[in-house]
Ligand binder design. Structure first.
Ligand SMILES: [Zn+2]
Length: 166
């Protein structure tokens, strides 16, 4: 053997780092924090992932993308394991991912004290990703996907998507 399992796992990470989040293509699935671990035993490859918020349909897409990328690298004996604990939260987003979201025009998650499952809780104050103003309001609780809401900035009048905190 000229390549160790560590080298192979490193190459797999590098490949996974290139897979975009199907919902927000500017950030990758590793920046999102859904890939928990990789294990290559010389024959079988096991990749462990934690699903994001269950309201996000992207999880099946993640799995398909990971599977396709690993098959392209030559890994046929592949197991994608899903672990639910600890549950994924938007706190797992890296600072780089938050900055990328903002530059893409999506407001990154804001920590709130209200229960994210409480549909009647007041929407959080979300700074506008275009001009930075705090004068914004929620125009729709659900954006293009259940994990985003639509906001409008009262200063620059631009609409934007807010990646909900959960
Ligand atoms: Zn604005």
């Amino acid at each position: 053997m000229t390549t160790s399992a560590n080298d192979i796992e490193k190459r797999i990470w590098e490949r996974l780092e290139q897979i975009p989040d199907p919902e927000v293509p500017v950030i990758t699935i590793t920046e999102l924090g859904v890939v928990r671990g990789i294990d290559w035993d010389g024959d079988k490859l096991t990749i462990t992932i934690t699903p994001t918020y269950t309201g996000c349909p992207a999880m099946t897409l993640f799995t398909a993308e990971i599977r396709a990328a690993m098959h392209a690298m030559g890994f046929q004996n592949l197991d994608i394991k899903t672990v639910y604990s600890p549950a994924w939260t938007t706190d797992w987003l890296s600072d780089a991912a938050r900055e990328k979201l903002r530059r893409y025009g999506i407001a990154p998650p804001v920590k709130t004290i209200s229960d994210p499952d409480d549909l009647f809780a007041p929407p959080p104050a979300v700074p506008c990703p275009h001009c930075g103003s705090d004068h914004t309001h929620e125009s729709s609780r659900f954006g293009s996907t259940a994990c985003k809401a639509l906001y409008v900035c009262d200063d620059c009048k631009e609409p934007f998507e807010y990646f909900k905190h959960f």
